[in-house]
Design a binder for this molecule. Structure first.
Ligand code: NAD
Length: 388
């Protein structure tokens, strides 16, 4: 029986090596002057920003460049970026980078359209507050990764409250996502590993979520297979074009997965812990995923058992495969790509463990109700302690 489901993802996905060259063709459909958002000046120094500005210019689109965004973008940086873009007359926002640049671009598009600070749209706000007034967004991803180019989500950190919610609505999907694997070749092994693990965590969570759909399941299964086949390879050799290409595709498949299936408790915890520590998202997920899988899998064994089969890229589930095989495959991968530092080595303090659990309940509650095992506060504390 096919379960009842709802599926919606309106992103125009432009995939392939060299597709950055099409940025002007797409941008001119949505605006006349773009603000290009990056995390720091890395892409200015590498010439990528100049290249993009020329591509836009050749299609008649002016642009300015806003680099004042941290990895894990802050609400204040988003407000300031929107103010700068408004003063310069921008009508289009382009995120050029990983999840942080793209999420900041989405946040700026909301602020530009509604003329209110981004935090007004975060904790406790209704998603309906984000309306059609949101400025158009183009996402050009340089990590593989968060899948943010294909999601409606924008993850924003408030350093005053130490909270890191994910917000989004139908209006925060990018109009166009450009996924050009050539832009990912410059990622060093550590960033390749941590962002690649995020792709795996998204696929596992959206695949096992209550909101999973048959359509997103297909993408998640394929994304897990591609991670199993290529992530070790590309961490070892960042110039491996076939592996970069495959991981870029897995990233977008997993992003489509979480745009509909959403995430479960591992991501809920990663947001709350990230708000407290500013830790690297993929590394925090790697510390927790084996523990959250072990917690959630008993409630939904059929799908969790298949994860080992996907990661080993096998067809047909051998009868002797157990749930622990799936966890072992994930643990082996974490070890082989050099992740796995416990949360205590990622800035989490023991005194903040309960606070981290409370954060999930306060502002990432959807990750609990969407999890097949629906963890209690005590369960959340227990998971964090195991990953600590
Ligand atoms: P990131 O965007 O924070 O980038 C990490 C670092 O890598 C930065 O210093 C960046 O400048 C650098 N970098 C990016 N591309 C590079 C390249 N090609 N070569 C060299 N360096 C490069 O990393 P990320 O993992 O893509 O994004 C993480 C953020 O996204 C977190 O805040 C996380 O919570 C959020 N997130 C968002 C979604 C979503 O759906 N919107 C989903 C998951 C996570």
């Amino acid at each position: 029986m096919i379960k009842d489901f709802m599926y919606y993802n309106p992103v125009k996905l432009v995939f392939g090596e060299g597709k950055l060259e099409e940025a002007g063709k797409w941008a001119k459909e949505y605006g006349k002057k773009a603000v290009i958002v990056t995390t720091g000046t890395l892409f200015k120094e590498s010439g990528l920003v100049d290249r993009l500005q020329k591509i836009l210019k050749d299609s008649g689109v002016d642009s300015i460049y806003y680099p004042d965004v941290d990895a894990n973008p802050l609400n204040t940086q988003i407000d300031k970026g929107a103010e700068t873009a408004r003063a310069k007359g921008c009508d289009l926002v382009i995120g050029l980078g990983g999840g942080s640049a793209i999420d900041a671009a989405k946040g700026m598009a909301i602020v530009l359209g509604h003329k209110r600070p981004i935090w007004d749209f975060c904790i406790g706000a209704d998603a309906a507050a984000i309306t059609v007034k949101t400025y158009p967004i183009i996402a050009i991803t340089t990590t593989s990764g968060t899948g943010s180019e294909c999601t409606q989500w924008s993850v924003i950190t408030n350093p005053d409250t130490e909270e890191k919610p994910g917000i989004g609505s139908d209006y925060t999907f990018a109009k166009v996502a450009i996924v050009d694997p050539e832009l990912m070749v410059s990622m060093p092994p550590k960033i390749t590993a941590s962002t690649g693990f995020d792709t795996l965590a998204h696929s596992i969570e959206a695949y096992t979520a209550d909101l999973a759909t048959p359509i997103t399941d297909m993408g998640c299964e394929q994304a897990i297979r591609l991670v199993g086949r290529y992530l070790r390879r590309v961490v070892k050799n960042g110039e491996d074009r076939e592996a970069r290409n495959a991981m870029a595709y897995a990233n977008s498949l997993a992003g489509i997965g979480i745009s509909v299936g959403i995430v479960t408790v591992c991501h809920g915890l990663a947001h709350s812990i990230g708000g407290l520590t500013g830790s690297t998202h993929g590394e925090t997920l790697a510390a927790m995923t084996p523990h959250t899988m072990r917690f959630s899998m008993k409630a939904f064994p059929d799908k969790f058992r298949k994860i080992a089969m996907f990661l080993r890229d096998e067809c047909g589930l051998p009868e002797n495969y157990s749930l622990e095989d799936s966890i072992k495959e994930v643990e082996d991968l974490i070890r082989d790509i050099g992740l796995g530092a416990p949360l205590s080595q990622q800035g989490l303090k023991e005194k903040d463990i309960e606070r981290a659990a409370d954060g999930v309940i306060r502002y990432m509650g959807g990750s609990i109700t969407n999890d097949p095992a629906t963890p209690s506060r005590e369960d959340l504390i227990g998971i964090i302690r195991k990953a600590f």
